[in-house]
Write a protein that binds this ligand. Structure first.
Ligand SMILES: Nc1ncnc2c1ncn2[C@@H]1O[C@H](COP(=O)(O)OP(=O)(O)OP(=O)(O)O)[C@@H](O)[C@H]1O
Ligand SMILES: [Mg+2]
Length: 298
């Protein structure tokens, strides 16, 4: 059985951030303990019902990709054992599969998005402007069409409750400097290309994905947070892919579809979610973990 954890509780540790999904503790000036909870956010609102085991699945799928792509881009994992830092009396099983000890980095204030297909906000952007983050695209592309080349389509991190906003590469340069902007772009595309090939061999299309990067005291760049999870990516089963429609995906689409049937204005507080939608969402995450990483959590 997966463990269920909506909110971590680690008395004596220094909680510095509760995000939509992760609780972040400072272990020292150079290390963090990051706990992926079972909270589910949709339309940037955290819903009242957790998805049992979701945090474990997110943490395991991220760890899998961090390991697979470490030859391309260094990542924030330290490899240290979580059990050694949990307060005495903590139920280890509740935390073991959903927590990691990471380097404590200074976030680069850009959502580093790679897109291989035209969908979501990229599709909207293209329909409105014929371009994507300021880069002109050929006319006549259809929804979910494969892009001529994978693209770096950054956005800026919005304050809580706001939606992220697509920006041009030039705006990223203004924000973080040319050298850093190029490093982030190149790292984003390198990981995306590698992972997209890997997933394709397993019958899954990675339509797009978002990375976060951070730097250490020496200015070294690391990929941090989560990597290539159903929360940060659109995964499509290749055999269901069709240009012109929005293909089914392994992400939160399932719960989003349900929420669209409600009369809810997409601001907090979010609505309760019925048990079958919760179970269906958990099954999607489990299937993504199994098909991509070959991992089944018991
Ligand atoms: N190695 C790291 N060093 C510093 N910060 C990190 C590291 N890894 C992840 N983070 C930050 O920890 C937080 C993880 O929480 P979570 O993913 O739940 O946040 P979010 O709700 O997506 O975004 P936020 O809370 O920042 O609006 C994010 O703010 C992320 O940028
Ligand atoms: Mg996040």
């Amino acid at each position: 059985m997966p463990t269920v954890l909506s909110q971590s509780n680690l008395p004596g540790l220094d909680l510095i951030h509760r995000g939509k999904v992760r609780d972040v503790y400072a272990l020292s000036s150079t290390e963090l303990l990051i706990v992926a909870t079972d909270r589910l956010s949709a339309f940037d609102v955290v819903l009242p019902d957790p998805i049992p085991g979701k945090g474990e699945m997110l943490c395991q799928i991220s760890n899998f990709w961090f390991g697979k792509t470490a030859h391309l881009v260094p990542n924030h994992l330290t490899g240290k054992d979580v059990a050694s830092v949990l307060p005495a009396g903590t139920d280890l099983a509740s935390y073991a599969k959903r927590s990691v000890i990471t380097k404590r980095l200074k976030p680069v204030p850009v959502e580093a998005i790679a897109r291989g297909y035209l969908i979501g906000s990229g599709w909207k952007d293209y329909q409105a402007s014929g371009s994507l983050c300021g880069i002109a695209l050929p006319p006549g592309l259809r929804q979910a069409e494969r892009l001529p080349e994978p693209m770096f389509t950054p956005s800026t991190k919005a304050a809580v409750g706001d939606h992220d906003e697509n920006v041009s590469f030039a705006q990223v340069v203004d924000l973080v400097g040319r050298e850093m902007a190029e490093r982030v772009r190149d790292a984003t595309l390198a990981i995306y290309r590698w992972a997209a090939d890997y997933a394709a061999e397993r019958g899954i299309i990675i339509a797009d994905t978002k990375f976060e990067f951070g730097t250490d005291a020496d200015g070294r760049l690391y990929v941090m947070d989560e990597m290539l999870t159903p929360d940060s990516s659109r995964f499509w089963p290749a055999d269901r892919y069709q240009v012109g429609i929005s293909p089914p995906s392994y992400d939160k689409q399932f719960v989003r579809d349900y929420l669209e049937t409600l009369d809810w204005n997409k601001t907090a507080p979010g609505p309760r979610v019925p048990a079958d939608v919760i179970a269906g969402t958990a099954a999607k995450y489990a299937e993504a973990l199994q098909r991509l990483a070959g991992i089944t959590l018991d």
